[in-house]
Design a protein around this ligand. Structure first.
Ligand code: ZN
Length: 282
């Protein structure tokens, strides 16, 4: 079934169920405001880009097939979960990548799985010959909250070890300093290759990357490294840097969050950080 048809069917089913519940004196429980927001279709302008135009701006992205994200990426409220419909399982290994988590947590949307596969293939063939990207948790087959994660609910979040590493070991030393286990050039090259995959939202062409979470120490390190080496030289580099958000718990892996596919109308879209996120200069 076409992803859009599935989404519309799910939405219609939920509307029917809610009507049935009301009409038959069903549970009086109010849905949380977060849940209501999660089910608001996001498109405020008609989306009419054809397949060929999409392939030109995001050649690595399978936006139309391979899994539909619905609801929020992240929520701790009861009942407010994201879901994944007809998701795709990342293979145990492929050109330039291997899974380091179980198959039950390696499901994603079509654009997440295609992005990981293509970015890994690009890295190992064009940037760092022979390098293997180690991919951790993405989402469960049908989405929802699981394990220690607050997110990873609808197939748009993925944990990936920092490029060059094959085991879950911090790239910080015991004083919180970034060590040589973190290679800024290679990680930046990997991020930029993914950042350059674009989608259209409300008529605007933007990166498919919503955010990349790294430990605050790593973000600060990147601020200094990028400024010193003239990395932030154009608008795309600055936009990339804004999307790298300092978040505790990410000192042995990066967490990549994608934007909703324009073909997933029930996916809850979130904002984009507007600040560079670097500490103010002294
Ligand atoms: Zn994560």
């Amino acid at each position: 079934m076409h992803p859009k048809t599935v989404s519309v069917a799910v939405f219609a089913l939920l509307a029917c169920l809610s009507f049935f519940a009301q009409a038959h004196g069903g549970p009086a429980e109010e849905p949380s405001p977060e849940w209501i927001e999660a089910w608001t279709p996001f498109a405020s302008a008609p989306y009419d880009l054809d397949e060929e135009a999409e392939r030109k701006i995001g050649p690595w992205l399978d936006l139309r097939t391979g899994g539909v994200a619905t609801g929020p990426m992240q929520s701790t409220a009861d009942g407010a979960q994201g879901a994944l419909v007809d998701g795709t399982l990342l293979p145990a290994k492929g050109l330039g990548f291997r899974r380091v988590s179980g198959a039950e947590e390696a499901w994603g949307t079509g654009h997440m799985i295609s992005l990981i596969e293509n970015a890994a293939a690009f890295l190992t063939t064009q940037i760092w010959p022979g390098m293997t990207v180690a991919v951790g948790d993405i989402a469960m087959q049908f989405g929802g909250k699981y394990g220690p994660h607050k997110s990873h609910q609808n197939g748009l979040d993925a944990d990936i070890l920092f490029i060059g590493n094959q085991s879950w070991k911090s790239v910080l030393d015991d004083k919180g300093q970034v060590t040589e286990r973190f290679n800024p050039e290679m990680n930046w090259a990997f991020w930029r290759s993914m950042f350059d995959q674009k989608i259209v939202e409300n008529g605007k062409t933007i990166s498919v990357i919503s955010m990349i979470l790294v430990a605050p120490e790593i973000k600060n390190f990147l601020c200094t490294w990028g400024t010193k080496n003239g990395v932030f030289k154009n608008a795309d580099d600055l936009e990339m840097m804004k999307r790298i958000r300092p978040t505790e718990g990410h000192d042995d892996h990066m967490h990549i969050r994608l934007r909703c596919s324009p073909h997933h109308p029930l996916c809850r879209r979130e904002g984009i950080a507007s600040d560079l996120g670097c500490p103010a200069s002294p």
